[in-house]
Structure formats: structure tokens, C-alpha cells
Design a protein. Structure first.
Length: 201
């Protein structure tokens, strides 16, 4: 499959127009036994989120994970961004969160505006590794701590963009230098996925 030819935007916009419940709107309908509150707790712990911290959630989708994060840390200043206008609108209307219609690679906020930046389960939909590197650059520019979640090493879907752990770590070191703390953890749903947590100086 030519990944560049696959139109993920059409898939997400269609999902956004359907009358579907939150879990399916965020693409988790095929994943069994999702404990989203446990995942949110682990993200909050890895990022060391505190009350009143500014938290940017890139590719936040309809808000399945965002809701769990806000249940666990209701006092953060939350902003989501989402490429699909229809999904961003649905998220705002149903959950009332601050959600802007931007793509992940766009430079929206100034340097270090946020304490934390999360991008969970979206890197597989990106068009290329160059695009993914730009997203990492933007994440680590806007926040000192970043959680890149659910990167696929292998996938059931051959139109997903795949990643290698060592390669992603080396991209991050190129962006923020060798003094950054970079932790790689196993995926929350599958052993063929991984997460990267970065605390830059
Ligand atoms: C699997 S959902 C995950 C949503 C949310 N992060 C969660 O875990 O609940 C993937 C979302 O990424 C969005 N997305 C895909 N490519 C994107 C991009 N380049 N920029 C921003 N959002 C993107 C899709 O529109 C979709 O809403």
C-alpha cells in the first residue's frame, strides 16, 4: 500500500459525521478491554503533571482520552488541537473543552507556552516520517515535557505509518540534544506499539 495515497483525513471526517459514541469516534472500537482511566493516570504520572499546568493535547480527536485526563487532573489548563474540523467541533460541543482546528505539524503556540504536550495514537495516520519529525519538533518546542503515545512498530492495518524505537529516539536527540531524558515504554494496547516520554532541559 502506498501510504501517501491513503486518505486518512477522509476516514476521520466520515467518522466525525457519523452518529457514533465517543470510544468509536476516537478509533478505539476495535480495541478490547480499554482501560482509558488507567492510561490517563500513567500519562499524568510519566509527565509529572501538577495542578494549573498548561497541557496541550495534539490530535485530541473526539475526546475519549482527554476526558479521562481531565477526570484525573481537573485543574489543568487543557487545550486540544485536532485536524478534522468536524471532530474538533463535536468535541467542543459534547464535552465543552477548548479544541482548536489545527494539524499536528502547525506551529500554533509560542515556545514553552505549555508545560506538557501529548500526542496519543495519531502518528500512524501521518503521511511520512518527515512529517512526524516536524510534529516532534513542534511538540518539543511548545512544551518541555512530551508524551508520544501508541507508536506502531507493526500493525494489522498496512496503511498505518510504522516506526522503529531507536529511530524515534535519535530524531528526538537531534531535536533537543543529549541532555534530554527519554524513556520508552511498551504500548498500552499492544506489545507492537510503544510510547516515548521526553523531559527536555
Ligand atoms: C485514534 S484518534 C485518537 C484521538 C485521541 N488522541 C485519543 O487517544 O482519544 C486519532 C485522531 O488523530 C487525528 N489526526 C490524524 N492526523 C492528524 C494530524 N496530522 N494532525 C492532527 N490530528 C490528526 C484524527 O483526525 C483523529 O481524530
Amino acid at each position: 500500500m502506498n501510504k501517501a495515497a491513503f486518505d486518512w483525513d477522509a476516514v476521520w471526517n466520515r467518522k466525525g459525521r457519523e452518529d457514533t459514541e465517543l470510544k468509536a469516534l476516537c478509533g478505539y472500537n476495535h480495541v478490547e478491554n480499554v482501560n482509558i482511566d488507567k492510561i490517563a493516570a500513567s500519562i499524568i504520572s510519566d509527565l509529572e503533571v501538577k495542578q494549573e499546568d498548561r497541557f496541550l493535547d495534539i490530535a485530541c480527536g473526539g475526546g475519549f482520552l482527554s476526558s479521562a485526563i481531565l477526570r484525573k487532573a481537573p485543574d489543568i489548563i487543557y487545550v486540544g488541537t485536532e485536524r478534522s474540523a468536524v471532530i474538533a467541533r463535536k468535541h467542543r460541543q459534547t464535552l465543552g473543552n477548548a479544541v482548536l482546528n489545527f494539524s499536528a505539524h502547525e506551529a500554533v503556540f509560542h515556545d514553552d507556552f505549555f508545560s506538557h504536550c501529548l500526542c496519543f495514537s495519531a502518528f500512524q495516520y501521518f503521511p511520512s516520517h518527515d512529517y512526524a519529525k516536524e510534529v516532534l519538533r513542534q511538540m518539543l518546542r511548545q512544551a518541555r515535557r512530551a508524551y508520544i503515545g501508541d507508536l506502531a512498530i507493526k500493525s494489522h492495518d498496512d496503511s498505518h505509518l510504522l516506526y522503529k524505537q531507536d529511530e524515534v529516539v535519535s530524531w528526538i536527540m537531534d531535536i533537543c540534544g543529549h541532555k534530554a531524558s527519554i524513556k520508552v515504554t511498551e504500548g498500552h494496547f499492544y506489545t507492537t506499539r510503544f510510547n516515548v516520554i521526553v523531559h527536555r532541559p
